[in-house]
Structures are given as structure tokens and as C-alpha cells.
Design a protein around this ligand. Structure first.
Ligand code: ADP
Ligand code: MG
Length: 321
């Protein structure tokens, strides 16, 4: 199948049409009419076979995760996800693979209210790169750099399921099949907190999505905001399944791929979170405080300092100079 047939058959009409889209797939570039009172939030995430996913992963799960991890970055900014472009590098043009990928992308994009408006199609080792664009009211985007001393630090739902799944797979551990299927869902099909992100506008002072691991991601906020962050390990929320399937605190603190939001809230806005939890039917847990002092994350366990357990977060090029 030619590049143009792939574009025509599998990349057109994907997701939800938006009135602001003036030109979509088919021209040299897409054209968007950005509303005057809004700003465009833009981000890109790439998934490489063998690095970010097992090569045999189904195209359905790949499409879902590709969109979800990008939408998660919009959530972290408080932006509404609206448009995407897709750079697709494929080893071959299998119609079955492309159909399943395209159908899943369409379904997920509609759920998130995202329209695919362009991209690039090339041959090579399987690599999926999606650029997401979202709208946020002027000046309202939630940044990493604006946490203040005294803020409370929160995290949504629970952490560690995806990291535990990955560890169990890598260690070849056998757990109850049903448990592993459940845990794998957290790894393969994460649910970004898009509604929460938008709801945190005018509440959170800073936010990040937990993709590299809680400690690594909070360190990003600490450094960008030039503050310290104290985290009480015993408060970090994990799921009942995580605990029964052998999850360790390291998985929840340093494992990645959670796609929950970690965010800071000034004392006088903490009470607003009750409504947010009820409206969105999610759990928000206070796990620490923003403090003066060394720019980074300090861990405590029932009030006592804990030495950092592990080098934080996944990094590419870590072993190269
Ligand atoms: P050009 O050569 O001008 O860069 P292309 O031939 O690469 O354009 O692409 C033709 C059209 O198809 C463009 O509008 C482009 O955005 C779109 N497109 C190409 N690949 C994809 C894809 N994987 N998903 C969505 N749109 C795509
Ligand atoms: Mg061109």
C-alpha cells in the first residue's frame, strides 16, 4: 500500500471535528482558528517499539496509549485537548494492523474530544509520535514553576500499578492471572486525568502528570519552582490490588506510567477539593508540603527522614556521555 493510500484509508476523519479547524488532513499544513481569549498548549510524545512498549503489543492498545499519554500532558496544564498530528513510522503496511490502529485511535480520540488534523507517514522501525494541541483560557495554564512554600501536595487516585505490572513481567513473577491482567491494564491502557486537570484551574498552584515516577516528577516541580517538597511516604496512595500482588513502596514512588496528576494547592483552596472529588468521583490524597530549603524532594516516613531509596525516574541516554 502506498503512503497516500495509508493516509487516505486510515488517517482521515479520525476523532471529533471542531469548528475551529479550517484546514485538516490533505494540505501542506493544517490551519486552526484559535479563539482570541484562548491560548494553545502544545506537546509531543513518541513511543518506540522495544523501548516504550513490547513489540508484540496490539495496535489497539498502542493507539489508545499513544493518545492517552499525550492527553495526560494537556491534563497537567489544565488544557482542553483538541487537536493532534501523528507521525507514523511503520516497518510495513499491514492493512489489518492499520485498520485496528485507526479504529482504536478514532474511538479514543472521540472520547477525548480530539481531532486528527495531520501528520507524516514513513517506513522504518515501528515508531509512533503524536503531537497534541489543546486550548486553555489566556494566562490560566497550570505550570510546574509556580508552586509556593506552604502549599499542600496532592496526587490523584493511586500510584504504582503500572510499575508493578512491568516489574512482575520483567522478573517473570507469577501472580494470580486475574491480578496480572488488572495490573497490565494500568500499564497498557492508562486513563489520563483530563477532567481533573481542567477542574484544577484557579485551584492548583502547580501541576505535573506522573509519567516518570512520583519522586522524579515532583522533583521537576521543586526545581522549576525553586522550592523543596516533603513527601510522607505513608500517605502515598496505592490500590488494594497493588498491595495484595506484592507492590513495594519503591514501585509507587519511583515507577512510572501512572498518568495521575500530582499538584500543589494553597492552604486557602484545599477545601475546594471536596467538591472536585465528588463531581469527578475520584480520590485526591494529600501526600506532603511545599517547604523552604533544598530544591528537590525529601521523603519522610511517619515524620522521620528517609534517605532517597533510588536514583529517580526513567531517563533516556542515561548511560551515555
Ligand atoms: P507533505 O509532503 O506536504 O509534507 P504529506 O504527503 O506528508 O505532505 O502528507 C499529506 C497530508 O496527509 C498532509 O496533510 C499530512 O498532514 C497528512 N498526513 C500524512 N501522514 C499522516 C498521518 N499519519 N496521520 C494524519 N495525517 C497525515
Ligand atoms: Mg508539502
Amino acid at each position: 500500500m502506498s503512503e497516500f493510500a495509508i493516509i487516505k484509508n486510515y488517517c482521515q476523519g479520525i476523532g471529533q471535528r471542531h469548528p475551529e479547524t479550517k484546514i485538516s488532513v490533505g494540505d501542506d499544513a493544517a490551519v486552526i482558528a484559535v479563539p482570541v481569549d484562548q491560548e494553545l498548549a502544545v506537546s509531543v510524545d513518541t513511543m518506540v517499539a522495544g523501548v516504550h512498549f513490547f513489540p508484540q503489543t496490539s495496535p489497539r492498545l498502542l493507539a489508545r496509549k499513544l493518545l492517552s499519554v499525550n492527553v495526560s500532558d494537556m491534563a497537567a496544564m489544565g488544557a482542553k485537548a483538541k487537536w493532534a498530528t501523528l507521525a507514523l513510522t511503520l516497518p510495513d503496511s499491514s492493512p489489518d494492523w492499520l485498520q485496528e490502529f485507526s479504529d482504536a485511535l478514532h474511538e479514543r480520540a472521540r472520547e477525548y474530544g480530539v481531532e486528527l488534523i495531520g501528520g507524516d507517514t514513513t517506513q522504518g522501525p515501528l515508531t509512533l509520535s503524536l503531537q497534541i494541541m489543546g486550548l486553555v483560557e489566556q494566562g490560566k495554564a497550570i505550570l510546574r514553576s509556580t508552586a509556593k512554600v506552604g502549599d499542600h501536595v496532592y496526587v490523584s487516585n493511586h500510584l504504582g500499578d503500572a510499575a508493578l505490572a512491568l516489574r512482575l513481567i520483567n522478573e517473570g513473577k507469577t501472580v494470580d492471572d486475574g491480578d496480572l491482567i488488572q495490573l497490565r491494564l494500568a500499564l497498557d491502557d492508562p486513563q489520563p486525568q483530563l477532567a481533573l486537570g481542567q477542574r484544577l484551574i484557579n485551584i492548583a498552584s502547580a501541576a505535573i502528570d506522573v509519567s516518570d515516577g512520583l519522586v522524579a516528577d515532583l522533583t521537576h516541580i521543586a526545581q522549576a519552582s525553586k522550592v523543596g517538597i516533603e513527601v510522607s511516604i505513608e500517605q502515598v496512595p496505592t490500590s488494594p490490588l497493588f498491595r495484595s500482588a506484592g507492590g513495594e513502596m519503591n514501585d509507587a514512588l519511583y515507577g512510572g506510567d501512572d498518568y495521575q496528576l500530582a499538584f500543589c494547592v494553597p492552604q486557602d483552596k484545599v477545601s475546594m477539593l471536596d467538591d472536585v472529588q465528588q463531581e469527578l468521583n475520584i480520590h485526591l490524597t494529600c501526600i506532603g508540603r511545599v517547604v523552604h530549603g533544598k530544591e528537590g524532594v525529601a521523603l519522610t516516613h511517619h515524620g522521620r527522614a528517609v534517605p532517597s531509596l533510588k536514583a529517580a525516574g526513567f531517563e533516556h541516554f542515561k548511560n551515555q556521555r
